[in-house]
Design a protein around this ligand. Structure first.
Ligand SMILES: *Cc1c(COP(=O)(O)O)cnc(C)c1O
Ligand SMILES: [Zn+2]
Length: 414
């Protein structure tokens, strides 16, 4: 078995280094996120990407650049490589000639949260952590519940009261202790922080442990591999806590240092909801940090993060990549969910449809050009959100009454 080249954890703010074998959360000096660093020089000396191709097409094929040391620690539900699909009909309608979707709905629990939590739970197993807790809009709670069940860990999840019913029920089915919180994800986060002190929970919040990011970064490895190591011109990403956006960038940087990809980097474009757009605001005001968004409201629960903990890292990536940040309305999101389903047969959650919704504006503003290769990210499945789709009343047919089956029924559009 090939070994991991995980060398140390590094504070994203002060650069202080930490032993990779200890239990770590954030930097004790500046309370900023820790980033896993690998011995890329050593890996480069012996590395051949063919090795990755020969392994099963899951996120674990990149194990040299993953933080799990012992293969026996890996907790998996089958984190399959997700398809990168062309969007010819949608592209043509929008005037985009090279439009693609990376469809993360095929992962366990139906969202890309599986990548991060498969990695975080695997590291919990490796480090001997037994009780995990998470504040979540719903999908992270669901993924943690699933992986904790698989690993036999005790799991506590805290969601806003209006979290999708599908998330609530599935967490319960997986045996998690489920709590609804009057408030938003930040309020849930404060309850978890309390439990860390009094109950011995390990906090698996976004960027408050270092390994969810390492799971999410495998999206970037897959995308690069699927495009034969030619990175696209732009990646359009629905941004809540920003793990995926920062993860994509980290992946591209690591591949760059290995010499697998050249200098070119995609424009990273963060899409948020108009009712909660702290990153968009901070980006356009030229700030390094986001201000907490007041009265956050949107149907895209995963984007309802009023103050992302990793705001500095997100803004750094947007600027370094020559990208931007853009907000879309809930109405545009709803329309885009239906548009993607109708044009391409692909089912996106509100968050996953937000990048589709952003395209007309990005084109109008000249951020994207018609011939550029653009990759959208569909982060989650529509199937947990059917209550958002209003349908027309459906005809009910009685097979025993043939005169109820008139031709006009088939001719009317439903
Ligand atoms: C959590 C979530 C997001 C936001 O992801 P980040 O990487 O934390 O920005 C987007 N879409 C869905 C479906 C989510 O569950
Ligand atoms: Zn620090």
């Amino acid at each position: 078995m090939e070994k991991s080249y995980f060398a140390h954890l590094e504070c994203s703010a002060c650069g202080r280094a930490f032993d990779p074998h200890g239990v770590r959360t954030t930097c004790p000096d500046c309370e900023q996120p820790l980033l896993a660093r690998y011995d890329l020089d050593a890996l480069k000396r012996s590395f051949d990407p063919e090795r990755w191709r020969e392994r099963p097409a899951t996120m674990w094929r990149y194990r040299e650049l993953l933080p799990v040391f012992d293969e026996k620690s890996i907790v998996t539900l089958g984190e399959t490589q997700t398809p990168l699909l062309p969007l010819p009909r949608l592209g043509e309608a929008l005037g985009l000639r090279d439009l693609w979707l990376k469809d993360e709905t095929r992962l366990p629990t139906g969202t890309f949260k599986a990548r991060g939590l498969a990695m975080a739970v695997s590291k919990c197993v490796e480090l001997g952590i037994k009780r995990v807790a998470i504040p979540s809009a719903g999908n992270a709670a669901e993924a943690l519940s699933a992986y904790a069940a698989r690993a036999g860990l005790e799991c506590f999840v805290f969601m806003p009261q209006d979290a999708p019913l599908a998330n609530q029920r599935v967490c319960q089915a997986a045996g998690a202790r489920v709590f609804l919180v009057k408030g938003l994800i930040g309020d849930a986060g404060r309850i978890v922080q309390q439990g860390v002190k009094t109950e011995g929970w390990f906090d698996v919040s976004t960027f408050k442990e270092p390994y969810r990011l390492e799971g999410k970064k495998t999206m970037g490895f897959e995308l690069a591999e699927q495009l034969q190591w030619e990175l696209p011109d732009a990646v359009v990403y629905p941004t809540g806590g920003g793990t995926g956006l920062v993860g994509f960038w980290k992946a591209f940087e690591e591949l760059g240092e290995l010499g697998l990809v050249g200098e070119k980097r995609p424009k990273m474009i963060a899409v948020q909801a108009e009712g909660c757009a702290p990153i968009v605001k901070a980006f356009h005001e030229g700030r390094d940090e986001a201000e907490p968004w007041e009265g956050a409201r949107t149907i895209a629960g995963g984007l309802r993060v009023p103050k992302p903990f990793a705001d500095r890292l997100i803004l750094r990536v947007l600027r370094a990549s020559g990208g931007t940040a853009v907000a879309v309305s809930d109405r545009e999101i709803l329309e885009s969910m239906k548009r993607l389903a109708r044009a391409e047969g692909l089912f996106a959650s509100p968050e996953g449809a937000a990048p589709v919704a952003a395209l007309p504006k990005l084109l109008r503003e000249g951020v994207l050009k018609p011939t550029e290769r653009i990759v959208l990210l569909n982060s989650g499945t529509l199937l947990k959100h059917v209550e958002l789709l209003e349908g027309s009343e459906l005809p009910v047919l009685d097979p025993h009454q043939s005169d109820s089956l008139s031709r006009s029924l088939w001719e009317e559009p439903s």
